[in-house]
Design a protein around this ligand. Structure first.
Ligand code: GDP
Length: 336
């Protein structure tokens, strides 16, 4: 499998370009785009350089998060959404966020490029992003990756989750509109509720509606939403039946996404929420920074005695952790 596209490798003999030069060649250079995303994915000083070079650029891309349980049809649906947005003249980037393995990225990308029929279309960019191993994972890398894609001139960025777990929820922290994909039938929407997906959904797709049962699932979802959602801010998440394999319901789905966008804009919510997301990004990065610096201060150095006490059941873990924290944060009062 040729992973070159996902890693933006530079041909032998060419002069390595600086981050600023790479950023300056956006939009237009897919190779520069690939390399910048790799830097962001890897984190560290070069990722920060990318952030600095992008300051003051962008702000035009609309981000749509697509999340739901594995097998719900997110990938097939994303392909359809890309097709519909392209038909509307948009430039679309897809970031498939895969937390499971840093090594699956290339293979996954290859599969997807074959799958989506858009591989020769320069108005479409598809990239999987593995976040395990990079400090802060998706939370740290995804907003920066969206800014890179924005600067590259994509007016829509789709963030699709691949895999399971916390990642399904984290995507909402990056997206302007969050689309939750469920399937017809008893149980699926209950699982979605358990996973916390009802709270983050701005729009629902009941996908695989070609199998029947879509209407009942819509009704059950609607009932659950009434019971569970306390703070909708006035927006009632619409529920659209789709068949990603047959291509039905896609236009209606995009119309609802657009309605959500218009609603956000009309309320002044789009700017407010983007501002909030940006500041919570600062908060998350601050905590990462503190954790990183704390390790460098080596609070565990010389903690053998404390370890013995914990193992002997003489000191509880919480108290031990507090003692370690006090070694490096003498001025900070514990929060409670
Ligand atoms: P993901 O794991 O959520 O990305 O799901 P995929 O897009 O990979 O789809 C999982 C399986 O469901 C595949 O076999 C798809 O062909 C199938 N599938 C996706 N959408 C539909 C649909 O609308 N109807 C039916 N019948 N099958 C679908």
């Amino acid at each position: 499998m040729d992973n070159g596209a996902s890693h933006g490798g530079e041909a032998a003999g060419t002069r390595p370009r600086s981050v600023a030069e790479l950023v300056a060649s956006l939009p237009g250079s897919a190779a520069a785009l690939g390399r910048l995303l790799t830097f962001v994915e890897q984190g560290g000083e070069r990722a920060h350089e990318v952030g600095r070079a992008l300051l003051g650029r962008g702000g035009n891309a609309y981000t749509l998060g697509i999340t739901g349980a594995p097998g719900a049809g997110k990938s097939t649906l994303t392909t359809r959404v890309v097709g519909a947005l392209r038909a509307g003249g948009h430039r679309v980037a897809v970031l498939a966020i895969d937390p499971s393995s840093p090594f699956s990225g290339g293979a996954l990308l290859g599969d997807r490029v074959r799958m989506v029929d858009h591989s020769l279309d320069d108005g479409v960019f598809i990239r999987s992003m593995a976040t395990r191993g990079s400090l802060g994972g998706l939370a740290a890398a995804a907003p920066e990756a969206v800014r890179v894609l924005d600067a590259a001139g994509f007016d829509h960025v789709l963030l699709e989750t691949v895999g399971v777990g916390q990642i399904e929820l984290e995507v909402a922290a990056v997206a302007d509109t969050t689309l939750v994909v469920v399937n017809p039938g008893w149980g699926d929407h209950v699982q979605a509720a358990k996973a916390g997906l009802l709270e983050i959904a701005d729009v629902f797709a009941v996908n695989k509606a070609d199998r029947g049962g879509g209407r009942e699932t819509r009704r059950m979802l609607r009932d659950m939403l009434r019971l569970r959602r306390t703070e909708t801010g006035g927006w009632e998440p619409p529920i659209v039946e789709t068949s990603a394999t047959e291509g039905s319901g896609i236009d209606e789905l995009l119309a609802e996404v657009d309605a959500h966008r218009q609603w956000l804009a009309a309320q002044g919510e789009l700017e407010r929420r983007r501002g909030e997301r940006l500041w919570s990004e600062v908060e998350r990065l601050f905590l990462l920074h503190v954790a990183d610096r704390s390790r460098a201060l080596a609070p565990f150095h010389g903690s053998e005695e404390l370890r013995k006490q914990v193992l002997a059941g003489e000191t509880e873990p919480w108290a031990a952790a507090e003692l370690l924290a006090e070694r490096i944060l003498p001025a900070a009062a514990p929060a409670d």
